[in-house]
Design a protein. Structure first.
Length: 214
């Protein structure tokens, strides 16, 4: 199966720059999608394919940092590289703290631009792999019954069977049976593996009563 090349989504209100960067990136083997404004990208939000966003800072309407914030609010995870002729330290610091992969100032050497894009694309792969692993763990935990989820939440917090039995007001032998079902459905052999699942899903940082919806 042929894998489509990554798409670099260029958001910039300078038409001449968009044309120039499209030629450069196309010659470097990338697909390129061009947007004249932040609103245009939001209207044509790219799907989850491989890629990154090359984003200007100062634009009419929604500016670059505001678009970054909006994408974060909706959980959109394509990595962002800022490329601007209006860079300043406070703006770059805020952008990086908000998750931008890099902050470049025009004019930027070709090698630096391509290196930043490659870094962003590698980050995309890391994000995709992480999300896939989390989705797989959520799928396992979703197989638990409500009672098994209660047992799961208490087991991973270090409660003994007799303590869980007392807390849930059921027989200890029933807890043992539920615990075995939890281990089998989560496809683990040890308590340590079960705790690791809970940590990765953020269950241990939530109150026990919320563990039914990891």
């Amino acid at each position: 199966m042929t894998v489509a090349p990554p798409i670099v989504h260029v958001v910039d209100d300078d038409a001449a720059f968009r044309s120039a960067i499209a030629r450069l990136l196309g010659a470097s083997g990338y697909q390129v999608a061009l947007y004249s404004s932040a609103s245009e990208l939001l209207e044509k939000l790219p799907d989850g394919g491989p890629g990154c966003i090359l984003l200007d800072v100062k634009m009419s309407g929604l500016n670059g940092p505001q678009l970054q914030e909006r994408l974060g609010e909706i959980g959109y995870k394509l990595p962002i590289v800022f490329l601007t002729g209006h860079g300043d330290v406070p703006t770059s610091v805020r952008a990086i703290k908000a998750g931008a992969e890099d902050f470049l100032t025009k004019p930027v050497p070709k090698k630096d631009l391509l290196a930043a894009i490659e870094h962003a694309l590698n980050r995309y792969e890391e994000i995709r792999d992480h999300d896939s692993r989390i989705a797989a763990l959520r799928s396992l935990v979703s197989r638990l019954t409500p009672r098994e989820r209660e047992v799961f939440a208490l087991v991973v917090r270090g409660k003994l069977n007799k303590q869980i039995a007392h807390e849930l007001d059921i027989a200890e032998r029933t807890i043992k049976a539920h615990r075995q079902q939890v281990m089998e459905k989560c496809e683990v052999q040890t308590l340590a593996e079960l705790v690791l699942i809970a940590e990765r899903l953020g269950i241990l940082s939530s109150p026990p009563g919320n563990d039914g919806q990891p």
